[in-house]
Write a new protein. Structure first.
Length: 529
């Protein structure tokens, strides 16, 4: 006899859906309009359909299993609510996304119990992939893989007899330059191919270690296929020009990567089955307790579950529902009454920043609009300062009036290597300031090298009177200051000077530190403390 959801279950689902839609409306609007529209994450539009298919596949087993409400689900629900407030105060969308996932998973656990929730564990887990990682985490995870992919691509181009060399993600072919498009966002296909590996492993009826091999083999596979794409783009470029890297061929090469990767993963499965065959092992085989549930084995219901069995469905009138509903309703009321505005102090525009600093005379430099669109700062300045008896210094400052929800400072540690610069001897250095022997600032220092060129770079983050040196500190103080001060404004300050072969590194250090002592009082006038 087919099982159906009770009318009461539907109404409870509608009730929770309405509450959560209001609470998470702004976050999911940003997710679908902004995050999913980015080329790196446009695969996310397909994930809800995949999740719905997996839920439909398990529907019969889900409906046959008794719902036994459990207080244990609040171990997910309550942290989810806490993360919601953390995300709202810190202005971090990813935290709010994870909050929504925990809340929904917690509600399912609260109303159906752990035993029944496990039936939908895989679709619930897979739904995490609709959320893009924060930029600074994604970049740190994939940046080195991107450089490896570019290096393999250049080797392939050279093997095919073409003249080419690489500077970071810029490939010089002699007649033109190709730039690996994802210079600041990592390998574009890493996450979707990793997801495809997980789905294939899920339907692959084999030993656990074989499925793990399938999943993690997608990482080197992504690197190699991306390298092939770079090489073929270079070959086509000399015959077709820019059209080889744009429009139809750009989109087609992306789909080709997935087709080739799928074939490679299927070949892997065939090889694994040949190496250590297992009776009954196959691909896309229904597994007992994991498939649709039409002919699977279901748990025997205990006698004391008889009442619950008669009322199978998603939810029941239980104290757990009253507590969960009260928590979500209180969250909605507090969210509606909260002041979400920021109290950002008025700052002087950087277009009026002095071009004369001590004995240094400067000339403004301007970024291309495409970089301005990616960096999303509120104001910036880039000035080349020169002095007759010294090597020049470039000062770049990017100011953000707000770092809430999608806007964050891009660290030079990830963007500069994308242009071919290799960081050497990177670390922290303390600079004593003039006029006060006990006053100093600690900044990040690195020697950058590219072929025969060397540059010394100092950079730091000025965050509401603090000098910080890494992105994790910024995230923490953004949350804290949003809570205490209702401010998340801040700036990146970066100064660079070339180091010629005839001078010592210590001389470049002296030059930059002397310049910083002179320019710091001026910066304090433009960056609110």
């Amino acid at each position: 006899m087919p099982m159906t959801l009770s009318l009461r279950s539907v109404w409870y689902t509608v009730f929770y859906g309405a509450l959560l839609s209001i609470i998470y409306y702004s976050a999911y609007s940003w997710l679908m309009v902004h995050d999913w529209s980015r080329e790196d994450y446009n695969y996310s539009y397909l994930i809800p359909f995949v999740v719905l298919y997996l839920i439909w596949e398990k529907r019969n087993r889900w409906l046959r299993e008794a719902s036994i409400p459990s207080w244990s689900g609040f171990f997910m629900l309550l942290p989810g609510i806490l993360l919601f407030w953390v995300g709202e105060l810190a202005g971090e969308y990813f935290t709010i996304y994870i909050s929504s996932w925990l809340v929904v998973a917690g509600l399912i656990w609260v109303h159906t119990g752990w035993k029944k929730s496990k039936i939908m564990a895989f679709p619930i887990f897979l739904s995490l992939f609709i959320f893009p990682l924060p930029n600074f985490i994604n970049t740190k995870l994939t940046f080195s893989l991107k450089l490896i992919s570019s290096e393999i691509g250049i080797r392939m181009i050279q093997f095919l007899g073409m003249s080419a060399y690489r500077e970071g993600n810029i490939i010089d072919l002699g007649f033109t330059q190709l730039q690996v498009v994802d210079a600041c966002s990592g390998l574009r296909y890493l996450i979707p191919l990793f997801l495809m590996g997980i789905l294939i492993a899920y339907f692959y009826h084999a030993a656990l270690w074989k499925r793990i091999v399938i999943v993690f083999s997608t990482i080197p596979l992504t690197i190699i296929t991306n390298s092939l794409r770079i090489a073929f783009t270079a070959i086509l470029y000399q015959h077709m020009g820019p059209a080889a890297a744009e429009g139809f061929f750009h989109d087609f090469s992306g789909w080709a990567i997935f087709v080739v990767s799928l074939l490679v993963l299927l070949i892997e499965i065939w090889i694994l089955n040949k190496i250590i065959p297992r009776h009954g092992g196959s691909f896309i085989a229904k597994k007992s307790g994991i498939g649709s549930g039409d002919d699977g084995q279901f748990s025997d219901l205990k006698k004391n579950d008889a009442v619950e069995f008669k009322n199978r469905g998603l939810f029941h009138i239980k104290p757990q529902f009253l507590v969960a509903a009260a928590i979500l309703s209180a969250t909605l009321v507090m969210y509606s009454l909260a002041d979400h505005g920021e109290k950002t102090p008025v700052s002087k525009p950087f277009k009026s920043f002095p071009l004369v600093v001590g004995g240094w005379k400067g000339e403004n430099q301007f970024l291309d609009q495409k970089f301005i669109d990616v960096l999303e700062f509120s104001d910036y300045v880039s000035i080349n300062y020169a002095k007759s008896d010294s090597m020049p210094i470039n000062m770049y400052v990017a100011y953000y009036a707000s770092q809430k929800k999608g806007k964050s400072i891009h660290s030079p540690e990830t963007c500069l290597p994308g242009s071919g610069w290799v960081f050497r001897n990177s670390g922290k250095i303390t600079i004593p300031l003039s006029g006060n022997p006990s006053s100093s600032i600690t900044v990040t220092r690195a020697l950058m090298e590219k072929e025969s060129s060397r540059q010394l770079v100092y950079f730091w983050f000025s965050q509401r009177g603090r000098i910080l040196t890494n992105a994790y500190e910024m995230k923490f103080f953004n949350f804290w200051d949003a809570l205490i001060m209702k401010r998340t404004d801040g700036a990146l300050i970066r100064v660079i000077s070339p180091v010629v072969s005839s001078e010592k590194i210590e001389d470049a250090d002296t030059r930059l530190q002397s310049f910083i002592r002179e320019v710091l009082p001026l910066l304090n006038e433009f960056i609110p403390g």
